[in-house]
Ligand binder design. Structure first.
Ligand code: AHG
Ligand code: MN
Ligand code: MN
Length: 360
């Protein structure tokens, strides 16, 4: 067995050098990665379920207008106090069920669920309460883009359960982001990608519509050390609690902050899409805290943490304005955080501005 895997590894490396790695499937990739990390071997069915979920949600996303999946699910409001779109609810069910069916996950936390869900309840079978891992996810990120067909995504993270207590499932998921064993996102845009890290670099897989499978199309993605993109919804700038951010952006726009390329503003209203843009082109995305949102808008557990692990694994930085996101203690499952992610140069500059103008 070891020989064939070794042979496969050599073959794959030759293929990837010759650029023929398109046919290196997601399935084959995780087989090899989990062969390298036997302590994570139970994650095979979990990662397979993520591929299937991304493929199925992508299909739903493409049929929003033809299958009347647009708009709100009646007047249902989620725990965040936000209107729930039909696709939020359907995708939540897709993610919950497929992750729990892996049997390696025993508790899930979703943006669309008020409390953690025990898989033994989701599948209504006590046999599904034994999994060693917990999953956190945002089933549809960028819900406001669904009806207009603009980019959306799914964000996911996997933790190994710690001091688990079935009577208090919270204990297994309130972990710092640096404990994540897997993090990633699916993006539903002109093409559908899965971007994944298991702690050894960031890899991208692209859906082949003919075979309905994802194939490795980019390995060990590295975010540029500096880049032109700045991605802020600055309609809120007069409300931002850290005034250094506005000074930073003003200097950045004036072009007098040593940028090698002219800055370009891009903002897609979906964290996954803006992150994907920053990872490929370099620059900075930010969602600051403000008077109306003193802790920021983005959720720490299932948005900021998985995205921050991806960005750091790609050689970028992820902070809340002052400290590393992955070091933040998670106190409750839906808590929010200010989030700044991107190239080393831009994040370091922003942090200096925030510090310099921080009179508090
Ligand atoms: P979600 O659709 O899961 O609620 O996430 C939306 C988030 C995030 O994706 C995006 O960066 C941000 O909301 C955009 O917020 P604004 O519309 O306030 O700019
Ligand atoms: Mn989201
Ligand atoms: Mn969402």
């Amino acid at each position: 067995m070891k020989f064939c895997v070794l042979f496969w590894l050599i073959a794959v490396n030759i293929l990837s050098i010759s650029g023929l790695n398109q046919k290196y499937s997601f399935k084959r990739f995780i087989e090899i990665e989990l062969w390298r990390k036997p302590e994570l071997s139970e994650l095979y069915p979990v990662l397979s379920s993520i591929e299937i979920s991304c493929r199925d949600i992508n299909k739903l996303m493409r049929r929003v207008s033809t299958d009347n999946l647009c708009g709100l699910e009646g007047n249902s409001i989620n725990i965040q106090g936000e209107d729930q779109q039909k696709l939020d609810i359907i995708s939540n069910r897709v993610m919950k069920t497929s992750l729990c069916c892996s049997k390696s996950i025993s508790v899930v936390v979703s943006e669309e669920e008020e409390k953690p869900c025990l898989c033994s309840d989701v599948i209504d079978n006590i046999a599904f309460s034994k999994g060693e891992f917990a999953a956190v996810f945002d089933p549809i990120d960028g819900s406001s883009n669904i009806d207009s067909g603009l980019p959306t995504g799914t964000i996911f993270g996997i933790y190994r359960k710690q001091n688990y207590n079935i009577d208090d499932p919270l204990s297994s998921v309130l972990q710092k982001g640096k404990n994540l064993v897997v993090a990633g996102y699916c993006i539903y845009a002109a093409t559908s990608h899965i971007v994944l890290t298991m702690g050894d670099g960031v890899h991208m897989f692209t859906l082949d519509d003919y075979t309905n499978k994802y194939y490795l199309t980019k390995s060990n993605i590295q975010i540029p050390k500096s880049g032109p993109i700045y991605s802020f919804n600055d309609v809120n700038k007069k409300q931002w609690l850290d005034i250094g951010i506005e000074y930073y952006l003003n200097d950045l726009k004036k072009g007098n902050y040593g940028f090698d390329t002219k800055p370009q503003q891009r903002y897609m209203g979906a964290l996954v899409a803006d992150t994907h843009n920053i990872i490929f082109n370099g620059g900075i995305f930010g969602y600051p805290s403000s008077i109306s949102r003193p802790s920021g808008k983005l959720r720490l557990l299932y948005e900021a943490n998985p995205i921050s692990m991806i960005v750091e694994q790609a050689g970028g930085l992820a902070i809340d304005g002052k400290k590393r996101i992955l070091e933040k203690k998670v106190e409750e499952i839906h808590e929010r955080t200010p989030l700044f992610i991107g190239s080393k140069q831009q994040i370091t500059s922003l942090k200096n501005y925030i510090q310099f103008f921080d009179y508090k």
